[in-house]
Design a protein around this ligand. Sequence first.
Ligand SMILES: [Zn+2]
Length: 360
Amino acid sequence: MNWSFRLGTVLGIPIRVHFTFLILLAFFSFSEASRSGASAGLRSLFFMVLLFSCVLLHELGHCVVARRFGVTITAITLYPFGGIAVLNEIPREPAREILIAIAGPVVNFFIAAGLFVSVVFLMPSEHLELSALTGADLLGSLFSANLLLGLFNLIPAYPMDGGRILRGILASRMPYATATHWAARIGKVFGGLFVLGGIVLQDWWLPVLGVFLYIGANSEEQATLLHTAMEGLSVKDLMITDYLSASPADTLSMVLGRSFHTFQEDFPVLRDGSFLGVLTRGRLIEALREEEGDRFVQSVTQPVSGWVSPADPLREALKRMNAERVSLLPVLEEGRMVGIVTLTGILRGASVLAGRPPAR
Ligand SMILES: [Zn+2]
């Protein structure tokens, strides 16, 4: 389930807000209001909205630079712990990756500099006190928040911005997978330190961030290893030639009976040897529980128009599966079906291969 909603579009990038973020907004303004009155609550709400606008600008900074390098951006989502921009295929060139990563904190430093200038030069001098720059005043709080945001994101804890910069620097001296491995290790150490620091300082926010860092470092490392393992592999290396299929004229219960004798998750639907689409195990069970009950496979087959050939790179197969949102593709050679590739098969095979030390 998708727990976020679309707020709008900036520079052609959909901006989404996770609903837990709204809970955070409500929580802070209500607790402030109950402590110091309604106007304080409103002020705190206003500050949070301004602060997250800065977080959004930080993410847009990453996106603008990434787009210059031809990266497409799926969306920016705002979470209570910050923003995340979903970039497709970050370039594996250290210099570009460093520039994309550094762009976010740079935006915060620019905002902080702008606020500093406006507070120091534009305010009448009789209003200017040191407190204006130390957090007592709204602009002052925003100034210190941006300075903190910029500095905090530069901590070399992968997958935070500073960690990505570190990975870029390492990757210019060693293979990409090894650089990721070390950056992720350092990221996990920071994750642990954040948890410990939170316990010592009795702060709940640091441990939450630490856990996110640890999980993030782990999953990004796995993804990079998979990606690296998949390089140089083609469809024929992981295609499945021994599989069960279904016919559009079979009934669902017939396929269910067969499915108990195999680990196979997805079944190609074939008519006279030609490929029509996919019936997944999940859809099969779901369809049998629906009101219509048992019926012909044809009526629940997900049509698939894409296909791959044995010589295609494995990454191409994944790209086409993604584009069609399917978990299985037929492998065709001279118009004849010679096998299938499945998402689970690819991930299983590549993760076994990724367990080997990098070849380069
Ligand atoms: Zn960032």
